[in-house]
Design a protein around this ligand. Structure first.
Ligand SMILES: [Zn+2]
Ligand SMILES: [Zn+2]
Length: 151
């Protein structure tokens, strides 16, 4: 209880409070309570001292509550910031993936306009993936050779 900081009601310097050591019969709490200021010599007893101490105890309690509320808000804000950053990173990843996919699709679309034979850069014929039967044959031969090599 003595950890609580209490001010002197008279001079507002730090005051002490304690319970009388030699308690008389019946002089129990808060009747045995003494609030004392060493600076100005002020003293108050029992319920009056108790009222002063209570005032500071309640103020201290409210201060602690405000601190814990502030900490909770701060923590919540930090959590939100972290969540937000994670979300943003995820979104950036998703956008990059979509971008890459559409890029690949665009490239595939462009390539689809050309002859399929890897060494040919001519446009394909309508209704064919090759520009000519020559390229078609080259590609077939290539595929056949690859299959032979794999065996
Ligand atoms: Zn005082
Ligand atoms: Zn070709």
């Amino acid at each position: 209880m003595n950890k609580l900081k209490v001010k002197c009601p008279k001079c507002n310097d730090n005051a002490r409070f304690y319970r009388q050591r030699n308690r008389k019969a019946g002089s129990d709490f808060p009747n045995d309570l003494i609030l004392e200021c060493y600076t100005c010599g002020f003293r108050s007893y029992s319920k009056v001292a108790f009222a002063t101490i209570e005032k500071y105890r309640i103020a201290e309690e409210e201060r602690q509550l405000a601190i814990s509320a502030e900490l909770k808000i701060k923590k919540a804000k930090e959590t939100k910031r972290i969540n937000l950053e994670a979300k943003l990173a995820k979104e950036a990843k998703r956008v990059a993936k979509v971008k890459k996919l559409s890029e690949e699709r665009e490239i595939a679309k462009i390539l689809a306009e050309y002859c399929k034979w890897k060494e040919c850069d001519k446009s394909r014929r309508i209704n064919s993936i090759y520009c000519s039967t020559t390229c078609s044959n080259k590609n077939a031969r290539d595929r056949y050779n690859k299959r032979l090599a794999a065996v």
